[in-house]
Design a protein around this ligand. Structure first.
Ligand SMILES: O=C(O)c1cccc(C(=O)CC[C@H]2O[C@@H](n3cnc4c(=O)[nH]cnc43)[C@H](O)[C@@H]2O)c1
Length: 229
C-alpha cells in the first residue's frame, strides 16, 4: 500500500483491498450501508471478543489479498473523552486487561515480559482519516482504544483502566485481536469505534444503539471516500 501524503491520503493501490471486521451483524450492516457499492472492501464478522476476532481475521487474511485491515464497531466512550454518537479513531490499540493481577496491582503483558499490549496504527493513515471525518458534522476523536475481554461495568474498573491508560478514549472487545492477526501478515491496521454508551457502571437502558449505528454508517462512508476518491 502506498501510504501517500498526510493531508491528501488516497493511498490504497487499485489492487489493494480493505478488510473490515465487525463483531456482530448489526455493525456489519451499518458498515455495508456506509461503503455502498464500492468493491474494494470486504466486511466480515469477527464475532464477540478478541479471541474470535483474531481467529476470524486470520481466516479472512488467509483467503484474500488485503492492503489494510480495519476493526470497526460500536464501543464504550470514556467520560470526557468521547461522547455518545461520536467517532473514535485509534491512535493506539491496547489489550488493556491482558496481564496478571498481583496484591500490588495489575501487571501488563509488557511488564510480565511476554510481548506488548500496545499496537500502534500508521499515524499518517490515522491522521488522514481523522481529517476526512472532521469534514462531517459528527464529532471525531483520536486516542487509545482499549480492548477488554470483559466490558467495563463499574466505576472502579473505569478508574483502574484510566489510571493504566490516561489517553483511553474508548473501549471495545475485538480491536487487539484483529490487529494481532493483521500483524502476522504485516498488514497495516486501524480501529474505529462509534460510541453507544459511556464506560462506567453498566446501565443497558442508557445505550444509544441508533446513534452509534448511524455514526458507524457515516464513518464507513468517510472511509470509503478516503480510499477511493
Ligand atoms: O443489544 C443490542 O441491541 C445490540 C445490538 C448490536 C450490538 C450489540 C452489542 O452489544 C455489540 C457488542 C460489541 O460492542 C462493543 N461494545 C459496545 N460497548 C462496549 C463497552 O462499553 N465496552 C466494551 N465493548 C463494547 C464490543 O466490541 C462488543 O463486541 C448489542
Amino acid at each position: 500500500m502506498d501510504t501517500g501524503g498526510t493531508s491528501s491520503h488516497r493511498s490504497i493501490s487499485p489492487s489493494g483491498r480493505v478488510l473490515i471486521m465487525t463483531a456482530v451483524e448489526a455493525e456489519q450492516q451499518a458498515v455495508l450501508r456506509g461503503i455502498g457499492d464500492s468493491d474494494i472492501f470486504d466486511v466480515c464478522l469477527a464475532g464477540f471478543g478478541p479471541a474470535s476476532a483474531a481467529a476470524r481475521t486470520a481466516a479472512a487474511l488467509s483467503a484474500g489479498d488485503y492492503a489494510l485491515v480495519i476493526s470497526a464497531g460500536i464501543g464504550g466512550g470514556f467520560p470526557g473523552k468521547a461522547e455518545i454518537g461520536s467517532i473514535v479513531v485509534a491512535s493506539r490499540m491496547i489489550a488493556a486487561d491482558l496481564g496478571a493481577e498481583t496484591p500490588d496491582g495489575f501487571l501488563s503483558v509488557d511488564e510480565l515480559g511476554f510481548g506488548s499490549s500496545v499496537i500502534v496504527p500508521d499515524e499518517r493513515i490515522v491522521q488522514a482519516l481523522v481529517e476526512k471525518m472532521k469534514s462531517s458534522d459528527i464529532p471525531v476523536h483520536s486516542g487509545s482504544i482499549l480492548t477488554v475481554t470483559t466490558g467495563t461495568g463499574s466505576a472502579e474498573t473505569t478508574a483502574a483502566l484510566t489510571a493504566r491508560c490516561s489517553d483511553a478514549a474508548a473501549e471495545g472487545m475485538e480491536g487487539f485481536g484483529v490487529a494481532t492477526a493483521a500483524g502476522l501478515w504485516d498488514i497495516p491496521v486501524l480501529e474505529i469505534r462509534t460510541i453507544s454508551n459511556a464506560v462506567g457502571p453498566r446501565d443497558r437502558s442508557a445505550w444509544r444503539m441508533k446513534e452509534a449505528f448511524a455514526a458507524l454508517e457515516a464513518a464507513a462512508a468517510m472511509i470509503r471516500r478516503l480510499f477511493t476518491e
